[in-house]
Ligand binder design. Structure first.
Ligand SMILES: [Fe+2]
Length: 177
């Protein structure tokens, strides 16, 4: 079971400040598209978007207590701050959840994703995921190239993807020594 402090930190909808889509794109490189998920196979827009993004692989994941053995343990892993060598691209078919990503001040930005939201968290960005209080999300995982889902938990500051990410999205943090 999650203890109370973890539950509060994951499900408090009010701890993040409101930000615009443009600010998120500029400061952390997160991109967003809306997709009509009711008829995906015949959605020309979605197929065009996948082509533009270079998507070569996709699969489906359902995160909920009934679909996922060891749901609470999995949530703890998803909620541990990490990065990947590749972009993390998700399209929500149903349900909802939270992606948190570090901004240029190393504070959390919280993105509440719902049906039809397609987001890309850039390679090298520190982030984490959790379900919301409905405990259900059905999402398509999209990938460019061979799918590698390996999370590298923070600190992974010397990883090539982190260094590359920081070149495009420098931190605006003053360290006191
Ligand atoms: Fe991730």
């Amino acid at each position: 079971m999650l203890d109370d402090s973890e539950v509060v930190s994951q499900f408090d909808r009010n701890y993040a400040r409101p930000v615009s889509e443009g600010e998120v794109r500029e400061k952390v490189g997160l991109t967003y598209h809306h997709v009509n998920v009711d008829d995906l196979e015949h959605d020309d827009e979605f197929n065009k978007l996948k082509k533009e993004m270079g998507i070569t692989y996709q699969d489906n994941v359902v995160i909920s207590p009934s679909s996922m053995p060891n749901y609470e343990d999995k949530l703890k892993i998803f909620f541990c701050e990490h990065l990947h060598a590749d972009d993390e691209i998700r399209l929500v078919k149903d349900g909802s959840g939270y992606f948190d990503i570090r901004d240029d001040h190393d504070n959390w930005l919280r993105i509440w994703v719902q049906k039809g939201d397609l987001i890309t968290l850039p390679a090298g960005s520190y982030h984490r995921f959790t379900t919301d209080d409905k405990h259900f999300i059905n999402a398509i995982r999209l990938f460019v190239g061979d799918p590698v889902w390996t999370p590298l938990n923070r600190p992974a500051d010397d990883h090539f993807s982190r260094l590359e990410y920081l070149r495009k999205h420098p931190l605006n943090v003053v360290h006191a020594y």
